[in-house]
Design a protein around this ligand. Structure first.
Ligand code: PBG
Length: 337
C-alpha cells in the first residue's frame, strides 16, 4: 500500500525542489531556455543534371539528388515552411571532372545554373554556395594535387574564380568548405573588387577530418575517387585550441559567420566558439550523423522523429545560430504542426 512507503527526512533540501519546474507542460513551456524554429535551419541539397530527375543516394536513405527543376520545387517547399536558406552541392558529371577542377569556375556549371534558377523562381530564399574543389576535381580532394601534395595557394586561386562565378549566378553567401589557408581573405577581396560587397561569407572554420562525411562523398560522387584522406588540411579530431585559432583567423580575414563541422560530436567546439567570438556560429549536422539517426529510426531501435528533434535542439542549446541539416524540411514541418 502506497501510504505505507517509508519517507526519509528531506529537510536537507532546504525547501528546494527542482522538479517543481518540470511538473506540468505549461510550466515546462514557461521556463524553457532555448527555442527551435524553422528559421534555424539551412537545408543542404544535392543537384544533378537532367529534368524531372531524382536519384537515390545509397548511403543517405530519404535524401535524393535532384535536377534543377526539382530543386526549385524543393526551394518553394522550404520557403513555405519558413526555412531561410539552402546550401547547394553539385554532383558534377564525370566527364567534366579533371585534375585542375576547371568546371568549378565554369559560369554555366550545374551549381551556377541551379543558383540562377532558384534565385529567379524563389527570390525570397537565401542561397549558400559551397566552394571546394572536390565536387569538380578528378581526385576527390578539396584542393589541387601535385605529387601527392595538396597545393594551398593554387587551390585558393581556383576557389576565388569559383566563388565569383557563384556570386554572379546569384549566391547570397559563399561558404568555403576546403580548409586551405587564406581562402576567406582572398574570396572577400575578390568579391569586393567585383561589386559583391553584399555577398556574405560563411566559413567552414572548424572543419574536422571526419569519418562522418562518408555518405556525402557518395552523394556528390567524390568518394570513390578519393585516395587517402584529408588530414593535411582538415583538423585533427583530437584538437580544440587549434580549431579556435582557425575560427579567429577566419574572422580576421573577413568571415561574417563561422561553422563547426561535424555537428553533434563537436558541440564542445560550438560552445567554445560561441562563448569566445562575437559572430553567428553554425554547425553542420553532417551526412553520417543524419544516416545514423535515420537508420536507427527506420529499424525501430529509436523513435526517429523524437531523436531528430532532440538532436536539433542540442545545437541551439550549445549556442548555434542555426544548423545545416538534411532533416530541415521534415523538422520544419513538424515544428509548424
Ligand atoms: C566538401 C564537403 C564535404 C562536406 C561538405 N562539403 C565533404 C568533405 O569535406 O569530405 C560534408 C558534408 C556532409 O557530410 O554532410 N568540401
Amino acid at each position: 500500500m502506497s501510504n505505507t512507503w517509508p519517507r526519509h527526512d528531506m529537510s536537507f533540501l532546504g525547501g528546494k525542489r527542482q522538479r517543481r519546474l518540470r511538473r506540468t507542460g505549461w510550466m515546462r513551456d514557461l521556463v524553457r531556455e532555448t527555442v527551435l524554429t524553422p528559421h534555424d535551419f539551412i537545408w543542404p541539397l544535392f543537384v544533378i543534371e537532367g529534368e524531372n530527375t531524382r536519384t537515390q543516394i545509397r548511403t543517405m536513405p530519404g535524401v535524393e539528388r535532384l535536377s534543377i527543376d526539382l530543386i526549385v520545387e524543393a526551394a518553394r517547399a522550404a520557403h513555405a515552411q519558413g526555412i531561410p536558406a539552402l546550401a547547394l552541392f553539385p554532383n558534377t558529371p564525370d566527364h567534366l571532372r579533371n585534375a585542375d577542377a576547371t568546371e568549378a569556375y565554369n559560369p554555366d556549371n550545374l551549381m551556377c545554373r541551379a543558383l540562377a534558377a532558384i534565385k529567379s523562381a524563389v527570390p525570397q530564399i537565401g542561397l549558400i554556395a559551397d566552394v571546394a574543389l572536390d565536387e569538380y576535381s578528378s581526385d576527390g580532394q578539396d584542393g589541387l594535387v601535385r605529387d601527392g601534395e595538396i597545393l594551398n595557394d593554387e587551390t585558393v586561386a581556383v576557389m576565388v574564380r569559383s566563388a565569383l562565378a557563384q556570386a554572379r549566378a546569384g549566391a547570397d553567401i559563399i561558404a568555403p568548405s576546403d580548409m586551405m589557408d587564406g581562402r576567406v581573405a582572398a574570396i572577400r577581396m575578390a568579391l569586393d573588387a567585383e561589386g559583391f560587397e553584399h555577398v556574405a561569407i560563411m566559413a567552414y572554420s572548424a572543419k574536422f577530418a571526419s569519418a562522418y562525411y562518408g555518405p556525402f562523398r557518395e552523394a556528390v560522387g567524390s568518394g570513390s575517387r578519393l585516395k587517402g584522406d584529408k588530414r593535411t588540411y582538415q583538423l585533427d579530431f583530437a584538437n580544440s585550441d587549434e580549431a579556435l585559432r582557425e575560427v579567429e583567423q577566419d574572422i580576421a580575414e573577413g568571415a561574417d559567420m563561422v561553422m563547426v563541422k561535424p555537428g553533434l560530436p563537436y558541440l564542445d567546439l560550438v560552445q567554445r566558439v560561441s562563448d569566445t567570438f562575437d559572430v553567428p556560429v553554425f554547425a553542420y549536422q553532417v551526412s553520417g550523423e543524419y544516416t545514423m539517426l535515420k537508420l536507427a529510426g527506420d529499424a525501430g531501435a529509436i523513435n526517429g522523429e523524437a531523436a531528430m528533434m532532440e538532436s536539433l535542439w542540442a545545437f541551439k542549446r550549445a549556442g548555434c545560430s542555426g544548423v545545416l541539416t538534411y532533416f530541415a524540411l521534415e523538422a520544419a514541418r513538424k515544428l509548424n504542426g
